[in-house]
Design a protein around this ligand. Structure first.
Ligand code: ASP
Length: 303
């Protein structure tokens, strides 16, 4: 790892296909990340504070804004952190935790890299982490919208037949059917002034989804990756992203000398247009974002 001093940089996104009017949330998150970089220069702390800010915002599909499961009650969340100091932690299908990204950070200190479901929730409790916020009207409205879409003929999750959710239904309560799939996960990539890189992601998962579903966000190399040349975070439907090991694939192109903006574009272009995909990245010299259907994001550099 280079110990060359350089300007720190932050890129934060609020989810592929999510409304641009939520971009102010990304701006606040990036400002807090830069302030954290000023305070201790740790790229990972900065990425985590950015993602925590968006988990607490309530408009994004992460933390307190997480998408409800199809039963209209269950919330299962995934999160991840990774940096070039060797810290790697991920959590999947965890319930009732306010800030899953902080839990992912705590898991990096355990003997493991990933904890799921009840074990993860029990660790959060034993560390004194607060439980999730009560379900908001925003979350209920998103859920009603998904149920409406699921009842229609157009796939609520692009590329997936709506009838499969009925066929494989695994929630405790029966399916009760009455626009757009929820896909507004959050993520941050950071270049520290000391040349270290970090990434953090958090999501309520994509909607619609079956109980126990895990997407790309906690899967190393799919939803996130950090190495000595940079950090990458992906957003979009995990079932499509994992098939391309997207974050590691994009990082590989950078290793081969491709410019970051070109690598992000090439990564997004792997997918058909109807699949919303977004990528953010930082390298030693660049900080970029690219998407195919709009994505709230912001990038900031230390002066
Ligand atoms: N990648 C997330 C997932 O599939 C969703 C998103 O990025 O919006 O869980």
């Amino acid at each position: 790892m280079s110990n060359m001093q350089q300007a720190g940089a932050v890129v934060v996104h609020g989810g592929a296909g999510a409304p641009k009017e939520n971009e102010d949330g990304c701006v606040l998150a990036a400002r807090r990340a830069l302030a954290q970089l000023e305070a201790n220069g740790d790229a990972l702390d900065a990425a985590i504070i950015a993602v925590t800010t968006l988990e607490d915002d309530g408009r994004f599909n992460a933390g307190s804004g997480s998408a409800l499961g199809l039963d209209g009650e269950t919330i299962e969340m995934d999160a991840s952190i990774m940096d070039t100091r060797g810290r790697l932690g991920t959590v999947a299908a965890v319930r009732d935790v306010k800030n899953p990204v902080k839990l992912a950070r705590a898991i990096a200190d355990t003997p493991h890299v990933m904890l799921v479901a009840e074990g993860a929730q029990r660790l959060a409790r034993s560390l004194g982490m607060p439980g999730g916020a009560p379900i908001s009207e925003h979350q209920r409205a998103e859920h009603r919208q998904i149920m409406k879409e699921l009842a229609g003929a157009v796939p609520a999750m692009p590329g997936i037949d709506n009838r499969l959710f009925d066929r494989f239904w695994n929630y405790k309560t029966p399916l009760q059917l009455p626009k757009s799939s929820a896909c507004d996960t959050v993520g941050a990539v950071v270049r520290g002034p000391d040349g270290h890189f970090a990434v953090a992601c958090s999501t309520g998962g994509s909607a619609p989804c079956l109980l126990g579903r895990v997407g790309d966000s906690p899967i190393i190399g799919s939803g996130f990756y950090a190495g000595s040349l940079g950090a990458i975070a992906a957003t979009g439907i995990g079932e499509h992203i994992v098939r391309h090991l997207l974050a590691r694939t994009v990082y590989g192109w950078i290793e081969h000398g491709m410019a970051l903006d070109e690598a992000l574009k090439r990564g997004v272009d792997l997918f058909p247009k109807e699949v919303a995909i977004g990528l953010i990245g930082v390298t030693r010299t660049e900080a970029c974002a690219y998407d195919n259907q709009g994505m709230p994001y912001t990038k900031m550099t230390q002066r």
